[in-house]
Design a protein around this ligand. Structure first.
Ligand code: AHR
Ligand code: AHR
Ligand code: AHR
Length: 479
């Protein structure tokens, strides 16, 4: 059985079922999600390998070879048509044209389920999905449940990495107009014990961890790589449970009265992923699967769903591909764009650029064109590049320009300085993906270095020449 078969047996059927990694009903063979590639704008749907099975990631890998792909639709498996697509502007604008949010890279969150490769939805700040016209989702003081499987190591303190019930007009329409799972370290409203991250409930104008705002110490800080989070609500009552999605059972973090001012609820029935109800889009996180139900699921039903998630055996897999990098070595990165191949990735002060460098260049320039490979400051499965001439300074992106800066030790710096190489997009060398923004790669544009996406609102995101500008031949450093 799948999670939604279990909810059905419990009398609380799924009314929305979203996953890019697997079918959530044992009989489901339909599309899980749709991707669009940049090379020709073509789209394709990814389905399970077999009924009830894991996503056929190989279809995506073939379709997206030598280009970049975005997740354009996360299909609703419940049959109610509650698909998630690019979130529109609301109280806040997203970064794309006309205030839309970004779509997620199709390759930002690789995992395995029972040994088979699949991809989650890696939400960078600015990324969001939504459906404002739904079918069967709770409204008013209605009763519902939901769960999500998330990456416990991917979060921040911004508002709001959510999955669940929100406003249909994309704006903050007042307290009690939302009921969604939140994950992260935003401590503006409620907190749990320790420094987070926490699972909380976004009920609008508040992330709640218990019966009211502020500290609710029964809500623990999470350290699992894969997290199961559940929220359920009915008149006068709500509950929140969570656990390790890769082993063991769920614990109840809260079950009791609704916060003052949040009863009755005024749910509107839109569905959001990765954003707040008003399209607040500064948060980050990774979503693998989740559902919303009709009715208040019993703890026993949720326990069976957790057992099903554990049996799916979520596990990590490599974030990199292509030529291997050796930690501790010095490297140079040669441009592969025709007409620019005498240029290497260099820096002039804090500016990252490309310059013509050769063995007869000055020692200063050779050092400016050489980089020490370090384990990724923000994720040791990827890499950071330390300047050879300025020890303790690393390449990081800032407002999507590449810069060389001294580490201030912050989570933000470490993540901005972490990059995941993959086989070169143009078939040569390596393309260097930003860990925190997997739609973005080291790219030279007008001989300046950027973390650029293959299409987008910035000049340096131009699709023309993207694969060449974003592919680099890596070899032993000049210095
Ligand atoms: O409740 C927290 C956030 O507050 C909501 O997600 C958003 O709509 C509002 O800004
Ligand atoms: O480069 C994009 C973002 O710009 C970085 O993550 C952040 O540090 C800066 O605001
Ligand atoms: O960086 C040099 C060139 O500038 C790039 O190849 C091109 O995309 C841009 O015009």
């Amino acid at each position: 059985a799948g999670p939604c078969d279990i909810y059905s047996s419990g009398g609380t059927p799924c009314v929305a079922a979203h996953s890019t990694t697997r079918a959530l009903y044992s009989s489901y063979t339909g599309a899980l999600y749709q991707v669009q590639r940049a090379s020709d704008s073509a789209k394709t749907s990814i389905s399970p390998l077999s009924a009830g099975g894991v996503a056929n990631a190989a279809t995506q890998d073939t379709f997206c070879a030598n280009t970049t792909c975005l997740i354009t639709i996360i299909y609703d498996q419940s049959g109610r048509g509650n698909h998630l697509t690019q979130a529109p502007p609301g109280g806040f604008n997203g970064p794309e044209a006309n205030g839309y949010d970004n779509l997620a890279s199709a390759i930002g969150a690789p995992v395995t389920l029972n040994g088979q490769k699949a991809y989650g939805v890696f939400v960078s700040p600015g990324t969001g999905y939504r459906n404002d016209v739904t079918n069967g989702i709770a409204t008013g003081d209605g009763t519902e449940g939901m769960y999500a499987v998330l990456d416990g190591s991917h979060y921040n303190d911004a508002c709001c990495f959510d999955y669940g019930n929100a406003e249909t007009n994309n704006k903050d329409t007042g307290d009690a107009h939302m009921e969604a799972i939140y994950y992260g370290t935003c401590g503006v409203w409620g907190t749990g014990s320790g420094s987070g991250p926490w699972v909380m409930a976004d009920l609008e104008n508040g992330l709640f961890s218990g019966s009211g705002a502020g500290l609710n110490s029964a809500d623990p800080s999470i350290s699992y790589r894969f997290v199961t989070a559940t929220i359920k609500g009915k008149p006068s009552q709500w509950a929140m449970r969570g656990g390790n999605a890769a082993s063991g059972s769920l614990s109840t973090y809260y079950s009791g009265a609704r916060p003052s001012g949040y009863s009755p609820m005024h749910e509107e029935g839109a569905i959001i992923l990765g954003i707040g109800g008003d399209n607040s889009n500064g948060a980050q996180g990774t979503f693998y699967e989740g559902v919303m139900t009709s009715g208040y699921p019993s703890d026993a039903t949720e326990n069976s769903v957790q057992a099903n998630i554990v049996a799916a055996k979520y596990a990590t897999t490599s974030l990199t591909s292509g030529p291997a990098l050796t930690v501790g070595s010095s490297i140079k990165l040669q441009a592969t764009t025709p007409g620019y191949t005498t240029r290497y990735l260099t820096h002039t002060g804090s500016t990252v650029n490309t310059q013509v460098v050769s063995s007869s260049s000055s020692t200063t320039l050779k050092q400016q064109a050489s980089w020490k490979v370090r384990a990724g400051l923000g994720n040791s499965a990827c890499f950071s590049l330390e300047s050879v001439d300025t020890a303790g300074s690393y390449i990081r992106h800032y407002e999507f320009a590449l810069q060389v800066g001294a580490s201030d030790g912050s989570k933000q710096f470490k993540e901005d300085a972490t990059f995941c190489p993959q086989a070169g997009l143009n078939g040569q060398g390596s393309s260097i993906r930003a860990w925190g923004y997997p739609t973005r790669y080291f790219r030279h544009y007008s001989n300046v270095g950027y973390a650029a996406s293959n299409g987008g609102v910035k000049t340096f995101d131009a699709t023309s020449s993207f694969n060449d500008d974003a592919s680099w031949l890596i070899s032993t450093g000049f210095a």
